[in-house]
Design a binder for this molecule. Structure first.
Ligand SMILES: NC(=O)c1ccc[n+]([C@@H]2O[C@H](COP(=O)([O-])OP(=O)(O)OC[C@H]3O[C@@H](n4cnc5c(N)ncnc54)[C@H](O)[C@@H]3O)[C@@H](O)[C@H]2O)c1
Length: 265
């Protein structure tokens, strides 16, 4: 896709961080925007910010772990705008800790949002977009953590590796259609993900989540700059969109080296 004017973009996790920046970027290019998030209050505030740019914007409070709510989101988008051209399955949550420290509720929550949220988004939107025969694009937010399993993020890494596999498969399945596919793989971005405590009720557990100290990185990127890379990636039809290419190259090279050695390469 090269032009966004008059097109419709749907963004999940749009109340803050990368999602809000994506919504701002699409609106800035003349697109209609459908903003979804589980945090209704901050979503409404973010909608007002995006609407201030001009263009048509609606906010649809949505818990992406719930299939019915994601299908209802799709219905609202089609009812309001008549077509959907871009879907960013971007909502995501993070916990720290070793794999064996995670409780079942932790697994269910992180996989519920980061993986099932994307699966529901793909199933709710993509068949209808493909069948419309209009040009379109899907962006699934994975992470650098979907290509390299760093220490202390076992559950999160698991969810993001799954999103990478899903998105590579989807790209193959859609290669003879007018729907492009990208995965966004950020390094560290200046957002609320380290402090957001928004477990939906089903995923509450007795113990408090351990406080998260931020990773210390010198090259923390602003979410608006990540959104600009996503726009460029959609325009280029790029499957992989990294925010921190140099860092990602080192990590992926390290992992690939280990794998190649294991297979005698
Ligand atoms: N910030 C980073 O350093 C970083 C790095 C790699 C990947 N990512 C990924 O980027 C995406 C966006 O995260 P962000 O950094 O902008 O964080 P963020 O916390 O600012 O934004 C995530 C948004 O998702 C929403 N959300 C959480 N659970 C939801 C649910 N059940 N249904 C709907 N919305 C829900 C939150 O309310 C929040 O507004 C995530 O998928 C995250 O894993 C972020």
């Amino acid at each position: 896709m090269k032009a966004f004017k008059g097109k419709t973009a749907v963004v999940t996790g749009a109340a803050s961080g990368i999602g809000r920046s994506l919504a701002l970027a699409f609106a800035g290019r003349g697109a209609n925007v459908v903003m979804a998030d589980v945090e209704a209050g901050s979503l409404a505030a973010a909608r007002d910010q995006v609407a201030a740019i001009g263009g048509e914007v609606i906010d649809v409070p949505t818990d992406v772990t719930k299939e019915g709510q994601v299908f209802a989101l799709a219905d609202k988008a089609w009812d309001r705008f008549g077509a959907v051209h871009v879907v960013c399955n971007n909502a995501g949550v993070l916990i720290r800790g070793d794999t064996l420290d995670a409780e079942r509720k932790d697994w269910e929550w992180i996989l519920g949002v980061n993986l099932w949220g994307v699966i529901h988004g793909v199933r709710a939107f993509v068949p209808r977009m493909r069948d419309s025969d209009e040009e379109g694009h899907i962006v699934n937010t994975a992470s650098e953590a979907g290509h390299f399993a760093g220490d202390g993020y076992g559950v999160y890494n698991t969810s993001k590796f799954a999103v990478v596999g899903l998105t590579e498969s989807l790209a193959r399945d859609l290669r003879n259609t007018r729907i492009g596919v990208s995965m966004l793989c950020p390094g560290q971005v200046e957002t609320g993900i380290f402090t957001n405590t928004n477990r939906p009720e089903d995923y509450q557990k007795d113990a408090e989540d351990a406080p998260m100290d931020r990773r210390v990185a010198e090259n923390v990127m602003e979410p608006d700059d990540v959104a600009a890379k996503v726009i460029a990636g959609i325009e280029a039809g790029a499957l992989y969109v990294f925010s921190h290419e140099d860092e990602a190259r080192l990590l992926i090279d390290k992992r690939n080296g280990r794998i190649m050695r294991a297979v005698g390469g």
